[in-house]
Design a protein around this ligand. Structure first.
Ligand SMILES: [Zn+2]
Ligand SMILES: [Zn+2]
Length: 152
């Protein structure tokens, strides 16, 4: 498992491994925080956030949107090139084939589990079947808590 903690004050990221439970300070602003990796389920998936202790997570493909756009542009370019060179009858089959390749690549990309409350990211863990995609309603609930915390 790799866990990435974001400092709530300066958004500085730091990677943690599960053997690193304990108290830490942000490397750039000195904000203290603690990590407790006891919250994993028997199958190794995450149950409780190691940094804020909350149990609300969402799952997202660990995939850069810009890479997706680039892949699509390359597919289209290749299809145009083949169509222009070998005849336009090849345009659609080539485009479909490259899009299929893109889709297979995208399917292989690992998912990342993200904490609603503190935005910590967990990678290289088995997915918890209870964790779903991003839900704006749940996020709103935690956003309110964040504001309350900041006002104090
Ligand atoms: Zn900081
Ligand atoms: Zn958290």
């Amino acid at each position: 498992m790799r866990a990435r903690h974001y400092c709530p004050t300066c958004v500085r990221a730091r990677e943690h491994s599960p053997s690193e439970s304990g108290d830490f300070r942000c490397e750039s602003c000195g904000e203290p925080y603690s990590a407790n990796f006891g919250g994993t389920a028997p199958d190794g998936s995450i149950e409780r956030c190691a940094f804020c202790g909350h149990r609300a997570f969402f799952v997202q493909k660990d995939f850069d949107q810009r890479v997706g756009c680039l892949l699509l542009a390359v597919s289209l370019g290749l299809a145009l090139l083949v169509g222009w060179r070998f005849g336009w009858i090849w345009f659609t089959p080539v485009l479909l084939a490259t899009v299929l390749v893109d889709w297979i690549v995208a399917r292989r990309i690992r998912a990342v589990t993200i904490c609603y409350r503190c935005d910590a990211e967990y990678r290289d863990i088995p997915l918890n079947p209870r964790h779903r995609g991003y839900d704006p309603h749940v996020a709103e609930r935690y956003a309110e808590k964040k504001t309350v915390r900041r006002m104090r």
